[in-house]
Design a protein around this ligand. Structure first.
Ligand code: DGL
Length: 270
């Protein structure tokens, strides 16, 4: 039993797709979330910069005595997989749990992966899937406009701008005949409805946030770190820029009033 918080970070709002599922799967756990909103997006930055940012994000969480760190960010998970080796607490990114589910679920052996440019250029998902099952064909597509869409509140499936950009990125995967698509950036589950509308109901969308939340639960349990308290846990939210925009979009996505619930920190100090 350990009632310290789980530390979760992302470049911005995306990691909330993991938090949303953690609140469902582990309602008694405490959570500390950091969204690096002053430096989002990570996905078009260099490997060295992404690694430096990820280290600072993890340091902030460690200073808050978290018992586990979750990089709820496909970009960090893809570009800095060795972050794990530098931390003294259990760690997970999103790539491993998400690939595991895709391999289990795809029937026709054609899997699409969408992510930021850094993620797609790293081929992190493709390599892991092909290593496990070389007969699976992986079709990769970067979607650099999805993160700015989400961060600017364009998340409605009926918005014409959202529909147009979804079509632009998803059409090649639809043509390839994939039956499963990995939402390999944690921002993308926030656009899930719009992506599903375009791909059709027969295509399974794998939510990297959800798979990571379920995997986190498993890791905590295996390490004897689960919070066995009966009480509902608390979730604290921090960002590196002014909280207003984050609070507005987080309220919509988490279906909770996040007004005045988010604090700003200076991430450069970590
Ligand atoms: N949510 C991050 C990811 O999963 C977004 C990265 C970005 O900031 O570009 O990749």
């Amino acid at each position: 039993m350990n009632n310290n918080a789980i530390g979760v970070f992302d470049s911005g709002l995306g990691g909330l797709s993991a938090v949303k599922q953690m609140l469902k799967a582990m309602p008694n756990e405490n959570i500390i979330y950091f969204g690096d909103t002053s430096r989002v997006p990570y996905g078009n930055r260099s490997r060295a910069t992404i690694r430096k940012y990820a280290m600072q994000d993890a340091n902030f969480l460690l200073e808050n005595n978290v018992k586990m760190i979750v990089a709820a960010c496909g970009t960090v998970s893809s570009v800095a997989p060795d972050l794990e080796n530098t931390l003294k607490v259990p760690y997970t990114g999103v790539v491993l749990p998400t690939c595991f589910t895709a391999l289990k679920e795809s029937k026709n052996g054609k899997v699409g992966v969408i992510g930021t440019s850094a993620t797609i250029n790293s081929h992190s998902y493709k390599q892991r899937i092909e290593l496990k099952n070389p007969s699976v064909r992986v079709f990769e597509q970067d979607c650099p406009l999805f993160v700015p869409l989400v961060e600017n509140g364009f998340i409605d499936r009926n918005d014409e701008v959202v529909k147009l950009i979804v079509k632009k990125y998803m059409a090649p995967l639809k043509e390839a005949g994939v039956d499963t698509v990995i939402l390999g950036c944690t921002h993308y589950p926030i656009l899930k409805d719009a992506i599903q509308d375009f791909m059709g109901e027969d295509v399974l969308l794998i939510d990297s946030g959800k798979e990571t939340a379920l995997y986190t639960k498993k890791v905590l349990s295996e390490n004897g770190l689960s919070n066995t308290s009966e009480k509902t846990g608390t979730a604290k939210f921090f960002v590196s820029d002014t909280p207003d925009n984050f609070e507005k979009i987080a309220s919509l996505f988490l279906e909770k009033d996040m007004h005045n619930k988010v604090s700003q920190i200076n991430i450069e100090e970590y």
